[in-house]
Design a protein around this ligand. Structure first.
Ligand code: ADP
Ligand code: MG
Length: 349
């Protein structure tokens, strides 16, 4: 794909994002005398980057960054399964089948996770942990041999989102079975992106891009004073080429891909996407799924769900629900693009 002028300049200065994305406009030279501001760091087992065209008067970058770190810390205190003291870890450790009081944040994410489970016919299931472990992608670490059918079936009997419930007031979650546990890794990053965006808007910042572990949200315009442009990578383990550049305004983009089959989480864990309906890791010709949505939380979970569903079933669900989705499907050495009509408006030709 040929890029011209400012785009090509931006491409030369691009920053690689983690999960199959390149960020173009955010790295372009700022249009005015003021420099663009970028806040970077690590959280949730991955990295984040927040780019602003400028800061409002009286707000220091360090102050804003501390506030953002506070939002990420709060999300970890609520939903991290790597933090034994988090709400979710305490829920998982508890054998009670009574209502368990949680923060509004955890309630929001669990409610959305259950909604995506239902719309995907169980392809997205935050109770899938025991099966993830069995395949050697959980806390116990990699295993040398594939699990037997018997052990998979036994693990499948332990899981199921239908045994997880959520209540609004007061916010609480409940499991029907004591051993049920919840892992929100497939949706929590998107939630954090939405919360950071909300905070920036509250601080009077209108033009920004927030990215966490490849899930992102763009508002207003870039420091070049034109719409944010984000590139979806051509799937490959090295990931150096661009497949499609899209234009995002007040929208989130999430990408799920099997081409980097696992990654290190907090230096200790590996993860992988499992089909909860079969108990096996996903293994179809779908290389990546990108979803554009008004909510980063929803886009994050939908990308994972559609990755499980695969190109045929995934496209049916995406079309049925009017989702903006780009599937990259492996065809030998090449990738075929399959997209919904809703995705087309975001393409930069
Ligand atoms: P990707 O960005 O590749 O979609 P995510 O980080 O969004 O990856 O989601 C992957 C994580 O979700 C894994 O760490 C795993 O713990 C969890 N997971 C694996 N399979 C499923 C599934 N079918 N439904 C929900 N969560 C899953
Ligand atoms: Mg996801």
């Amino acid at each position: 794909m040929a890029l011209h002028g400012a785009q090509a300049r931006a491409q030369r200065r691009r920053v690689r994002l983690q999960v199959g994305l390149l960020l173009l406009a955010a790295c372009a030279p700022p249009a005015g005398p003021e420099s663009a501001i970028e806040l970077r760091g690590s959280s949730m087992g991955t990295t984040y980057s927040i780019v602003l065209a400028s800061l409002p008067k009286g707000l220091a970058a360090d102050t804003l960054h501390a506030e953002i770190r506070g939002i990420l810390e709060a999300a970890n205190d609520q939903m991290s399964t790597y933090r034994a003291s988090s709400e979710l870890s305490r829920f998982n450790a508890s054998s009670s089948t009574d209502w368990f009081r949680v923060s509004e944040g955890t309630r929001t994410v669990v409610a959305e996770a259950l909604r995506i489970s239902r719309l995907s016919g169980g392809a997205f299931d935050v109770t899938v942990g025991p099966v993830v472990d069995l395949w050697g992608f959980g806390a116990a670490g990699p295993s040398a041999v594939a699990p037997t059918r018997e052990r998979i079936d036994a693990a499948l009997r332990e899981i199921g989102y239908a045994s997880l419930h959520v209540r609004s007031s007061p916010p609480a979650i409940r499991k029907e079975r004591p051993e049920l546990r919840v892992d929100l890794s497939g949706i929590a990053k998107g939630f954090a992106v939405d919360r950071i965006a909300r905070h920036l808007e509250g601080a009077g910042i209108r033009n920004f891009l927030v990215e966490l572990g490849g899930e992102l949200r763009a508002h207003g315009s870039s420091p070049r004073e034109d719409p944010w442009r984000v590139a979806i990578e051509k799937p490959s383990p090295q990931g150096t080429a661009i497949q499609q550049v899209i234009r995002l305004e007040n929208r989130a983009l999430a990408t799920s891909g099997d081409y980097r089959r696992y990654r290190v989480e907090n230096g200790a864990r590996y993860s992988h996407i499992i089909d909860p309906r079969t108990g096996s890791p996903v293994s179809h010709a779908l290389a990546s799924v990108s979803v554009v949505d008004a909510s980063a939380m929803r886009a994050d979970a939908l990308a994972t769900a559609l990755m499980v569903l695969g190109p045929a079933e995934g496209l049916r669900v995406a079309e049925r629900d009017g989702l903006a989705v780009l599937f990259l499907v492996k065809r030998g050495e090449r990738f075929a693009e399959v997209s919904t009509p809703e995705f087309e408006r975001y393409r930069l030709e």
